[in-house]
Design a protein. Structure first.
Length: 299
């Protein structure tokens, strides 16, 4: 008798919810964001199979050449094809972005759930750790790690992931705490349901959409952080290409080859704008409260 009672008090979607979701998938922010991100992702995937030139190819006779049929985006001061560097840099950005988000969620989600499910003492301890990590900028954390371990892709991923994990943990704690106060969770506890089962059956299904939106936004933060670290020489070391290092190398020749600064900067901007728009679109589709607020405003 108790189990049906717990299930009965869970939220049931309105009959027109699927139709609302279909309209949400067609929202301008979602479509534009998805298109921009897919374009960058396609560039990264194509680079696995093909690129105009090899990674180490240089043409000393075409240094700082402008865009042409031979070099679609021109060349840098060493004669390297910039479009090739742009493609391979997209692959680096996608890999580090995804890996950093994975690290952030592996650390942040369990910490947030622990803070929400445990007692006041454990919650205060976790919140204290979160506040300390948030107080350390990602770049400063990367500098500390590079000093100890040296510059590498793994260090960049670790630094970005740890830095982003604090915000993931904070959001997870807030979202999970709201679910823990719901009547159906209290009923489940009364019926003897264990904490792990409550997390699996009630908490995670009700916060996954919030975490998905946070993952999209965290990916944009990771891309900017990777470009910043590489610009400062703290990110992926050469010869692996990076948009940030392309910007740093093009800085000294901006007066004669401005396109070398424009392209990697535009690539970072397109990627970040794309994931932010995608995150906004996902929130419109998946967040019931936001949908209700917007529908009330339309009326």
């Amino acid at each position: 008798m108790s189990t049906p009672l717990v299930e009965a008090v869970e939220t049931v979607e309105a009959p027109d919810a699927p139709a609302r979701r279909r309209r949400g998938w067609r929202s301008p922010s979602f479509l534009v964001g998805a298109a921009l991100l897919l374009a960058v992702l396609a560039l990264a995937l194509v680079s696995l199979l093909w690129s105009p030139y090899g990674l180490d190819h240089t043409d000393p006779t075409a240094r700082l050449a402008g865009p042409s049929p031979q070099h679609w985006a021109g060349t840098d001061r060493l004669g390297r094809d910039q479009f090739t560097q742009l493609m391979l840099g997209a692959r680096t950005a996608m890999w580090i972005g995804l890996a950093s988000v994975a690290v952030a969620f592996v650390i942040g989600v369990p910490l947030g759930l622990l803070a929400a499910a445990a007692g006041r003492l454990a919650e205060n301890a976790v919140v204290g750790v979160i506040d300390i990590v948030i107080a350390f900028p990602t770049l400063l954390l990367a500098m500390l790690l590079v000093t100890v371990y040296g510059a590498s892709t793994a260090v960049a991923i670790s630094a970005i992931g740890i830095g982003v994990s604090a915000e993931v943990a904070r959001l997870t704690r807030i979202s999970a705490s709201r679910v823990f106060t719901q009547d159906y969770v209290l009923a489940a506890r009364t019926c003897g349901t264990g904490p792990l089962m409550i997390l699996v059956r009630h908490v995670l299904p009700n916060i996954w959409h919030t975490l998905l939106v946070q993952a999209a936004l965290a990916f944009g933060v990771a891309v900017i952080a990777e470009a910043s670290l590489s610009y400062l020489g703290l990110g992926t070391p050469p010869p692996a290409p990076s948009w940030g290092r392309m910007l740093q190398e093009a800085q000294s020749t901006v007066s004669v080859a401005p396109w070398n600064v424009l392209l990697p900067g535009l690539a970072v901007a397109v990627t970040v704008v794309g994931v932010n728009l995608l995150g906004d679109g996902l929130r419109e589709v998946l967040d019931p409260q936001l949908r209700q607020e917007r529908q009330a405003g339309e009326r």
